[in-house]
Design a protein around this ligand. Structure first.
Ligand code: ZN
Length: 306
């Protein structure tokens, strides 16, 4: 597979989503809201080459010298690894305090799972913490950076809301057409956050992974259905392989199906108040991916041919 396309999707004047299909491991989305005087970038990408391409694509939408801010929806590298490059160029970086702490202690590359030439992904020297909704006046339009009230995909998620166009950049609260990954947060909290997402009344969702989707297609319901199904599945069973097989059968079109087994382990641990067997979860991920002809290195970065 060659490197993914950026697929800029113009949603409204100055509002752009950058969608990298197919949306699997480290293949994430980013966004831009640009006003007359300033611009907010939503998220960065996983590697230096990908971030250079994103920066070039964004430059094409902005007047030279436009004041820039970047909001990191959470700390995962596929969303945050470009923050250091941008900060070095004078860009302000926003994140929730838990996400800021994790980014600043990085970069985190999970070498036990991934093999990749990351390039320059050093973290920024500082991040401006967002602890409550923050409006940014961009000149002629404004945008709001809103921390998610509780743990969800991670313990420090945020979303970006452009009310004028009804666009909600959800970060990884929404994985669309690709299996969500619940390794870093709370499944119960994630379900609450999905209900909270709907209170914005968005017309368009830009997910963290997967295509831009109209609210009329109710993509939030797809993610909710998955986690409710998963919680029901682990209520009376710890047969994670069987749960994974059932999930693969139920959502056959979703990429990164190797995540079902580890998601089931996490759902089980959280529902029953027991400790997650993390090494076993990692073994599940690797063996499941290999068994389905999707070695992690091939669903991950090495296939990007960077
Ligand atoms: Zn994530």
């Amino acid at each position: 597979m060659s490197r993914p396309d950026l697929n800029p999707v113009a949603l409204h004047p100055g509002v752009i989503a950058f969608h990298q299909p197919p949306g699997g491991w480290f293949v994430s989305n980013a966004g831009l809201v640009a006003g007359r005087d300033a611009a907010l970038q939503i998220d960065t990408f996983a590697t230096e080459p990908l971030n250079r391409r994103l920066e070039t694509a964004i430059d094409a939408y902005l007047e030279p010298g436009t004041r820039r801010t970047v909001a990191l929806t959470h700390a995962h590298g596929d969303h945050a690894h470009g923050a250091g490059r941008l900060a070095a160029a004078g860009t302000t970086i926003l994140a929730t305090p838990p996400a800021a702490g994790e980014v600043l202690s990085g970069p985190h590359t999970y070498d036990f799972l991934f093999s990749c030439d990351w390039g320059a992904i050093d973290p920024p020297s500082g991040i401006s913490p967002v602890t409550e909704p923050r409006d940014l006046d961009l000149g002629g339009t404004s945008v709001t950076v809103v921390p998610v009230p509780g743990p969800a995909h991670t313990h420090g998620d945020l979303v970006v809301w452009h009310a004028e166009s009804g666009t909600l950049f959800t970060g990884d609260l929404l994985f669309l057409g690709v299996t969500p990954l619940a390794l870093a947060g709370s499944i119960a909290g994630w379900l609450e956050a999905l209900t909270w997402l709907e209170t914005f009344g968005a017309t368009t969702y830009v997910p963290g992974h997967g295509p831009v989707t109209a609210a009329a297609d109710d993509p939030v319901a797809d993610v909710r259905e998955y986690f409710e199904w998963l919680r029901e599945a682990v209520a009376g069973s710890a047969d994670f392989a069987a749960i994974e097989a059932a999930a693969r059968a139920r959502w056959p079109a979703w990429g990164a199906g190797e995540r079902h087994g580890v998601n089931a382990r996490i759902a089980y641990a959280q529902a029953h108040g027991v400790e997650l067997d993390f090494p076993a979860g990692v073994r599940d991920l690797l063996s499941s991916a290999a068994a389905h002809g999707e070695p992690m290195t091939e669903t991950g970065l090495i296939r990007l041919d960077l």
